[in-house]
Every structure is written in structure tokens, then in C-alpha cells.
Design a protein around this ligand. Structure first.
Ligand SMILES: [Zn+2]
Length: 376
């Protein structure tokens, strides 16, 4: 792949291409945008180009020793930094730690120490840092000097979903490149093409298009997330359909049962998820699955709030408008807003690994304080 083949990120690609053409390439970049819109893919293509020994126009040549090593995943001057690297630390005690934040030990051992060493195959070194929004304060402070003036002509690319989580001192040392969410149409088109062998998602199937459209809306235009969620087994779309059906009829007496069902449903696709994301830890995947479930609930209550003034076709759950109507009849807009607020609190609990097992129970029992209890 080369830069011109990056899907639907023309502005970001132009920024990089211009820098390469003029030879004024910043040594520290932040690629900013939601998950699954091509930040990592672009960073990879960019890294290969920066390391290439004889670029052709704005592309890596694909033939030099650097390009060959890069394609074989064995380039000694290319480093991908992510929080799970703590499991590979030289220190046995550190290996035991859970990877929730990007700890200072990972940044020190795998970036700051390594950047001091001279490149061995190319003229420079490239470091990509995934989930930079999880760099804690100590990690960012340790990085500052390296970001300001990376030794050995190195390049550092921070991939970040939430710019506001980075310190101003970190941001001011980097050039920020924004990556935009994709349009619904582009995601549907891409998934239909990608899934020609999966009948339910092929272009010919309206059901497949419905699923693609739903994930495009739920993920706010993330192609990567939409693609991932359509590939899970058992089908996460099937789970969402049942979830909305159950939610629309939910009674307080069902809370514990329903919570258990949500817990088991969120872990059901974990095996297929692990295959698609082998680098991500099991506990992280479990947190992500739970967050998808909570975001489905948030979108259902958002739809219920909007249904009186927006058409059913504008909703995220356009495919289950009868259930959303039922939800809207049972919960007034103020209740919906309170429940949505509660859901965001649950997401913060999940992110902080607090009460993870009890998240759904807590959420559903709290719903009892709202409209639901007054309705038979
Ligand atoms: Zn090359």
C-alpha cells in the first residue's frame, strides 16, 4: 500500500505528501481522530516511506533492504509502542502488571532508551505510539525531551483518539494531523465490497446493508470498528437486535437476568475478536465489548429522545423503530437523558476497571428510578 491508496483521508495524506515533497518533515506528529479510520495504517505507510532507501516520488520503493525488512515485520529501526508491551518488559515484576494506561516503564524501556541507539538499517528510526491518549502524566513528561529533539534523526508518531487527554506541552511539540470520520455511504460501500463472500453483507442483500449502516452510525463513521463488528461470531448485530427487543420490554423484576444476559453476550464473541486483534489483551477486549453494549444502550435512549422530532430513518436504530417507539412511550426525554448520563458513568467505570462485572446490574437497577417502574 502507498499513501495515495489510504481510504478517504485525502486531507491528512496531502499534509504528509507535502511535507515529504518539500523535505520539511516534522520529527513528531500526532495523528488525531476516532478509532478505526486509518491512523495506524497511514502511520505504517508513512514509516515505511521515511525508512526507505530510495523512495520513488512520494512512495517507498518496495524493493530496497529497508522496504523488504519492513514488509517482513522485522525492520530493526521501526518500533510500535503499545501499552501491552509491559508484558515483555525485562523486569519480571513489571510483566505482572495490568496494562490499562501507557505506563512510564513502557515509554522508557521501549522508546526513550531505544531512540538513543543509532539506526542499523536505515538513516533514521520511526516510533509509532498507539493509544497515546492513555499516556499518563509521568509518561508524557518523560517523552517531552525526546519529542522536542528526537536523537538520531528519529521520527515519533503519536496516535490519539482524544487530544484533550494530552498535556499542552506534549501537543505543542508535535504537528497535529486530523483524521476525519467516514461517511455512512463510504462504509456501506466498503463493507459490501469486502464481504462479497459473506452473503449477509454482500451488496445484493438488503439485510447486509442494514447491518453495515447500523454499525456506521453507531461507531460515528469508524470504518475499522464497523468492519470488526461485522466479523465477530456469534454475530454482534444479532446480539444488538435482541438487546433492543429486551430493553423495550424491560421490567425491574428482569434486571438481574437481563444483566447476566448482557454480561454473557458481551463475552460471547471474545474468541473471534481475539483472533482479529491478537495483540490486544483479553481484559481489554472484554472492556471493549462491554463498551459496545453500553454504547448500543446509549444510542437507543438517544433515539427515544429524538423520535418525536426526527424521522425514524435518521435514528441509529432505524432498523428497530417499533422497539424505540415503545421505549419512548415508557421513558420521557428527561429520563432518557438521565439514563444516558448513567451510561457514560458506566463507561468510565469500565475504562477504570472498576466493578466491571457489576456494571450492567448497576445500570439496569438504576433504570428503576426512572419511568420504567411506573409502567406495567
Ligand atoms: Zn525502499
Amino acid at each position: 500500500m502507498n499513501l495515495s491508496e489510504i481510504f478517504c483521508q485525502d486531507k491528512a495524506v496531502n499534509t504528509l505528501t507535502r511535507a515529504f515533497e518539500t523535505g520539511r518533515i516534522p520529527h513528531a506528529y500526532i495523528f488525531e481522530g476516532i478509532d478505526g479510520i486509518g491512523k495506524y495504517t497511514t502511520a505504517n505507510v508513512w514509516a515505511k516511506l521515511l525508512l526507505c532507501k530510495s523512495p520513488v516520488k512520494n512512495d517507498a520503493c518496495g524493493k530496497c533492504p529497508s522496504c523488504l525488512a519492513f514488509d517482513a515485520d522485522s525492520h530493526p529501526d521501526f518500533h510500535h509502542i503499545y501499552k501491552e508491551l509491559i508484558k515483555l518488559s525485562n523486569d519480571a515484576n513489571k510483566r505482572k502488571r495490568q496494562a490499562i494506561e501507557l505506563p512510564v516503564d513502557v515509554i522508557r524501556e521501549f522508546l526513550v532508551d531505544k531512540v538513543q541507539l543509532k539506526p542499523s538499517l536505515s538513516e533514521s528510526k520511526v516510533f509509532i505510539v498507539s493509544e497515546a491518549e492513555k499516556l499518563n502524566k509521568a509518561s508524557q513528561n518523560l517523552l517531552l525531551k525526546t519529542l522536542e529533539e528526537p536523537p538520531n534523526k528519529s521520527f515519533i508518531i503519536l496516535l490519539c483518539t482524544k487530544l484533550e487527554d494530552l498535556l499542552p506541552t506534549t501537543k505543542s511539540r508535535c504537528q497535529i494531523v486530523h483524521f476525519r470520520p467516514l461517511s455512512e455511504e463510504k462504509i456501506i460501500e466498503y463493507l459490501a465490497e469486502k464481504n462479497v463472500n459473506k452473503p449477509a453483507l454482500s451488496e445484493a442483500s438488503p439485510k447486509g446493508e442494514q447491518e453495515a449502516k447500523f454499525w456506521a452510525r453507531l461507531t460515528g463513521g469508524s470504518l475499522g470498528q464497523s468492519e470488526l463488528l461485522t466479523q465477530l461470531e456469534p454475530s454482534f448485530y444479532g446480539i444488538k437486535k435482541e438487546l433492543i427487543e429486551r430493553l423495550s420490554k424491560f421490567q425491574v423484576s428482569d434486571a438481574v437476568d437481563f444483566a447476566q444476559w448482557l454480561n454473557s453476550s458481551s463475552s460471547a464473541p471474545s474468541e473471534s475478536w481475539q483472533k482479529l486483534k491478537p495483540d490486544t489483551s483479553k481484559s481489554d477486549l472484554s472492556r471493549q465489548a462491554k463498551k459496545v453494549i453500553v454504547s448500543i444502550i446509549i444510542s437507543a435512549f438517544t433515539d427515544a429522545m429524538k423520535i418525536s422530532f426526527a424521522g425514524a430513518d435518521k435514528m441509529t436504530h432505524f432498523d428497530q423503530s417499533a422497539q424505540i417507539k415503545r421505549l419512548a412511550e415508557r421513558f420521557c426525554p428527561e429520563d432518557c437523558a438521565d439514563i444516558i448520563e448513567l451510561c457514560y458513568e458506566m463507561i468510565r467505570f469500565i475504562d477504570a476497571s472498576v466493578n466491571e462485572k457489576l456494571v450492567f446490574e448497576h445500570l439496569l437497577l438504576n433504570c428503576a428510578d426512572y419511568g420504567i417502574i411506573k409502567v406495567s
